[in-house]
Design a protein around this ligand. Structure first.
Ligand SMILES: Nc1ncnc2c1ncn2[C@@H]1O[C@H](COP(=O)(O)OP(=O)(O)OP(=O)(O)O)[C@@H](O)[C@H]1O
Length: 258
């Protein structure tokens, strides 16, 4: 991936349980790494366009702003910022932190403290992915299992930590494996309902949609019908366990690296 030029975004769709149409709920942390959950049993629906709630303000105007928690209750889109620590190379090169998390909701400029932005939630460099998941993604997953469409996607410059946050590794699982695990736990805890989970995985590379679960699925078309937005011809695999879902994602990564 690093060798390719251009803008790429990836979407992992987990479409599940049959049910009625419902509003959409999205959580965004930064549009590359995407977890999408759906209820309509069609294909991956919903839009991933996040209306940014970013506000620029100074300390005088802050007092006039309604509490963020109260505002958040009304929002279908929330924006979460996660700072990663400087890596050893950056430390060696003497790079400095220019922005930092000032409390739970403010990003402040180190050199000019009057420049600050408010988000729904801000996490500093010591926060674990599990903590990010619990605050920013868990409710989207549980909502999806109750019939509310949801999307979680990571957006950020190269090397900002999107893959770390969304995929993670064995030591620190990312949002996608945590969400898959949660979805199956909810299914187990809800024996009186019937669920059907299907996984799709695609990339958008230079505005071309490619199916990461099917090498033949290149340059697919995005369409819309009464059920919502879908990618025509995308492969959707029914999944029966967390390991099964994650093995499909891993296989999709294999297609990507070809
Ligand atoms: N919260 C974190 N804590 C520790 N290390 C992190 C954190 N976030 C990212 N890193 C490390 O920083 C490096 C870059 O992260 P990552 O590969 O996730 O970035 P990316 O946004 O996906 O980059 P790209 O757009 O180039 O694919 C990796 O070595 C990753 O392990």
């Amino acid at each position: 991936m690093a060798s390719k030029q251009g803008v790429k975004s990836r979407r992992f769709g987990l479409s599940g349980l049959k049910g009625a149409n419902s509003p959409s709920s999205s959580t965004t942390s930064s549009s590359k790494q995407v977890l999408e959950t759906s209820v309509d049993g069609q294909s991956s629906p919903a839009s991933t366009s996040a209306r940014s709630k970013q506000r620029h303000f100074n300390s005088e105007t802050a007092a006039a702003t309604p509490p963020l928690e109260a505002q958040r209750m009304k929002e279908n889109v929330t924006v979460t910022v996660r700072f990663r620590p400087l890596n050893p190379r950056e430390i060696r090169q003497g790079e400095e932190i220019a922005w930092y998390a000032d409390g739970d909701t403010i990003v402040r400029n180190e050199y000019n403290p009057s420049i600050a932005y408010a988000y729904d939630r801000v996490f500093g460099p010591t926060t674990t992915t599990r903590q990010v998941y619990d605050v920013a993604a868990q409710h989207v997953v549980s909502g999806a299992m109750e019939g509310i469409n949801g999307t979680v996607f990571a957006y950020g410059v190269t090397s900002s930590g999107k893959t770390h946050t969304m995929h993670g590794d064995q030591r620190s699982p990312g949002i996608i494996p945590l969400a898959v695990k949660d979805a199956f736990s909810i299914i187990q805890e809800t024996p009186n309902r019937e669920f059907l989970l299907r996984v799709s995985y695609l990339e958008i590379y230079n505005e071309v949609v490619n199916d990461l679960l099917n090498p033949a699925g290149q340059n697919l078309r995005i369409r819309e019908d009464t059920q919502g937005t879908y990618v025509e011809g995308i492969k959707e695999e029914v999944v029966l366990s967390p390991a099964h879902a994650l093995s499909l994602i891993a296989a999709g990564e294999g297609i990507n690296s070809c």
